[in-house]
Design a protein around this ligand. Structure first.
Ligand code: PRP
Length: 183
């Protein structure tokens, strides 16, 4: 769906489908260069990262293996506690492998801080992070991110994998949700 299909649910479109694809191509070129000659496993964090994984992986010009994790953050409502439970673990053994975690957003940073340290404990050759979006003002944990698409304001954004109550994930653009939708 396009932003035209969600009526006045968005205050504004932050990034169009074309802008997202352009940025992902730039990130993919950097990843291709950095991992040239290396065997790379990219790990998508379900569910939000599905779109980024699909488009970033297809923008790469080298072979890449794809795996998935699903995690759930303990905490009430939108307040993340930093304690994470694994709902679906990797299929792959990552020892001695180069791992790139792919997510669509870093908000507080708690999820990826936990996930990076969890994967690092499995003796990979390296663990790095690629995220399409990052909210610097919302971050509670410093996260060492190698690839960032866009830094965005601390607003409620949806689309391109990002949801509100499981809706808007299939919106092609990324937009700021109007307060009347969530308040
Ligand atoms: C989102 C996103 C990150 C996490 C970031 O997932 O995919 O994994 O939140 O938030 P944090 O930096 O505050 O930890 P979410 O828990 O919304 O699940 P989803 O991907 O299934 O929508």
């Amino acid at each position: 769906m396009d932003s035209a299909h969600v009526g006045d649910d968005l205050v504004k479109v932050l990034y169009t489908e074309d802008q997202i694809q352009d940025r992902l191509r730039e990130m993919a070129a950097q990843i291709d260069a950095d991992y040239a000659g290396k065997d790379l496993l990219i790990v998508g964090v379900l569910k939000g990262a599905v779109m980024v994984m699909a488009d970033l992986a297809r923008s790469l010009t080298s072979h890449v293996e794809m795996d998935w994790m699903a995690v759930s953050s303990y905490g009430s409502g939108t307040q993340s506690s930093g304690v994470v439970r694994i709902l679906k673990d990797l299929d792959a053994d990552i020892s001695d492998r180069h791992v790139l975690i792919v997510d669509e957003i870093i908000d507080t940073g708690l999820t990826l801080t936990w996930l990076t340290s969890n994967l690092a404990s499995r003796n990979p050759a390296s663990v790095e992070i690629a995220t399409l979006l990052r909210k610097p003002e919302a971050q509670r944990m410093p996260v060492d991110v190698k690839y960032v698409g866009f830094d965005i304001p601390n607003e409620f954004v949806v689309g391109y994998g990002l949801d509100f109550k499981e809706r808007y994930r299939n919106l092609r653009d990324i937009g700021t949700l109007a307060p009347h939708v969530y308040s």
